[in-house]
Design a protein around this ligand. Structure first.
Ligand code: HEC
Ligand code: HEC
Length: 502
């Protein structure tokens, strides 16, 4: 055999072996794997040698293999779709492999990647970026370790909300996503592999799948309405003046024929992809119950200035409010919650519903006012955290507070000791020290029972839809909204074209 023939045969063998190895997944072959040259590179080298050295028949074989390899290669670049994973068992002897299976669930069936990124350079969206969640999970909730936190994030996403984000994350173990326990275990391994250690300890699900199956079956069937009629309601009830929906023309600016002030609102083109009917119904009938993060309206006063605008973000220490000046310029203000002004409270009822989170009051049997964060409240009492301890106060046994507004624009709040606007002077106890105010300087006094800091977030969406919409309007509207999954928008006109062509 000539040297040339040897090279030809060797290269043919290399081509076939590397082809099979590549298709079968290189790890099955111990000789060469990713750390030497990848099988695809060996394959391409041998293809080139074969095409140069061999004549017709072998050239054809080489070429055919190269085409098959090319298709397999392209297919491997496309991310695995949801149907590609069907976990039946996890091999914890290789935690990295479990994490890889979790990545498939994350990008596929779990739909996590529709909301979350794992890439710090991605623009900040409505959902947290999960880069380094493996480490961060350990410090989110004091006293909760990383794995427990992740388990809770997935099974009960509403229980702890990452500051600044709304209740958007679905309970991914429930329909329609419906991840199995194995899939969730794999996803957790994947999340832990983002900067942390994979913890293979088995866990019990904090939910009862059987219970919810029964509960779901017991729910009444959802009403079905007329989608086309619903689309008309969407336009006539003026939803379209605030919300964009792909495929429906929004009224031109300045051309609105409605009573509503047009505001920036979420695009609803894909609203049904991740939200069920019940959420949609609640969004329309009780818009302030769950407010989409970044769209809430707030009015707060800090250091004497009033800020009215959109709540951009919020955490336990500060808020960011976007305001618009009279000439339309947008400004963002970062305001520390501790800097919010105390507002006088005339009536001590439903404090938390009104947005109060701290309270200053003077019990009738005490001299100095008490200040604390509101922990809980009943009709008759309110519990405050005062210096780290929970203390309960009666709402009726409090000293009156007086708010004095002077002609200079100063506002003095304190417990009333003596004097009214008709006397020469008014004496107040402000932060424990007595303050005497000459009534000559006083413009106005208001008696209140307490004061407190307040942050009330409301939805800019009108609240009167329950009155405006009839039951059939509402049913049709919900049926229309439930078609907005993002996918149908293109599909619908295509179908109608086909029908009219026949
Ligand atoms: C519809 C959008 C959406 C989908 C789908 C979704 N999430 Fe979330 N997720 C959120 C939002 C919003 C938050 C922040 C609010 C909260 O804590 O619930 C969040 C929070 C989290 C957190 C806590 C993050 C942190 O920084 O502490 C984890 C972990 C998480 N999601 C994992 C997942 C996984 C895994 C999936 C897929 C199985 C998934 N999410 C699917 C929207 C989503
Ligand atoms: C004045 C403007 C305005 C009008 C009119 C309006 N909305 Fe809204 N809507 C908003 C804003 C702002 C939000 C976001 C704040 C929130 O969650 O309440 C919102 C939220 C929603 C959401 C939740 C969106 C999400 O991403 O979770 C739905 C669904 C919705 N609106 C449907 C409707 C429908 C249906 C109508 C008509 C019947 C309507 N809206 C009319 C301003 C408006």
């Amino acid at each position: 055999m000539s040297r040339n023939t040897l090279i030809k045969i060797a290269s043919l063998i290399l081509m076939v072996v590397s082809f099979i190895a590549y298709i079968a997944g290189a790890s099955a072959f111990p000789i060469a794997s990713e750390n030497l040259l990848p099988w695809s590179v060996w394959f391409l080298i041998s293809v080139i040698i074969n095409i140069v050295l061999w004549s017709n028949v072998m050239k054809l074989l080489t070429f055919s293999l190269a085409v098959i390899w090319f298709y397999a290669f392209v297919a491997s670049l496309v991310p695995e779709s949801s149907t590609a994973v069907n976990l039946t068992e996890l091999d914890w002897s290789d935690p990295e492999a479990v994490a890889e299976q979790g990545a498939l669930v994350f990008n596929g069936k779990g739909q996590c990647s529709a909301c979350h990124t794992v890439d710090t350079s991605a623009p900040k969206g409505r959902c947290p970026d999960l880069t380094d969640i493996g480490i961060n999970a350990a410090s989110r909730v004091p006293g909760t370790d990383a794995k427990t936190y992740l388990i809770e994030s997935l099974y009960e996403p509403d229980k702890y909300l990452v500051p600044g984000y709304g209740k958007i994350m679905p309970e991914i173990w429930k329909a329609p996503i419906a991840l199995s326990k194995l899939e969730i275990e794999a996803v957790i391994a994947y999340l832990q592999s983002q900067g942390g250690e994979i913890d293979p300890t088995p866990f019990d699900e904090p939910i009862d799948r059987a219970d919810t199956a029964v509960a779901a079956a017991a729910l009444p069937p959802l009403l079905t309405g007329d989608v086309e009629q619903g689309k008309k309601v969407f336009v006539s009830a003026a939803c379209i003046s605030c919300h964009a929906v792909q495929g429906i023309e929004s009224p031109a600016a300045g051309e609105t024929t409605t009573d509503f002030e047009v505001v920036t609102a979420p695009d609803l083109s894909e609203i049904a992809a991740f939200n069920d009917m019940r959420y949609l119904e609640e969004s329309i009938l009780l818009p302030s119950v769950q407010i989409v993060s970044g769209y809430g309206a707030v009015t707060v006063r800090a250091n004497g200035t009033t800020y009215q605008g959109t709540l951009v973000s919020q955490d336990t220490e500060q808020i960011v409010v976007r305001t618009k000046t009279a000439d339309g310029v947008e400004e963002e203000h970062t305001i520390l919650l501790s800097e919010l002004d105390e507002e006088p409270i005339e009536e001590l009822s439903d404090l938390q519903a009104k947005g109060y989170f701290t309270l200053t009051l003077t019990p009738t049997d005490a001299d100095a006012p008490v200040t604390g964060d509101i922990v809980s409240e009943t009709d008759k009492t309110v519990t405050l955290k005062v210096n780290g301890e929970d203390k309960t106060f009666s709402k009726t046994e409090v000293k009156s507070q007086l708010t004095v507004l002077t002609f200079d624009g100063d506002e003095i709040v304190g417990a009333h000791i003596s004097g009214t606007i008709d006397d020469d002077e008014i004496v107040l106890n402000v932060d424990g020290s007595e303050e005497v105010i000459d009534t000559f300087d006083v413009e106005e006094v208001t008696f209140t029972h307490a004061s407190g800091k307040k942050l009330l977030i409301t939805s800019p969406m009108p609240e009167n839809f329950p009155l405006l919409l009839s039951v059939s309007d509402m049913t049709n509207l919900l049926s229309f909204l439930s078609t907005l999954t993002g996918a149908t928008v293109e599909a619908v006109p295509a179908e109608t074209n086909d029908a009219s062509a026949e």
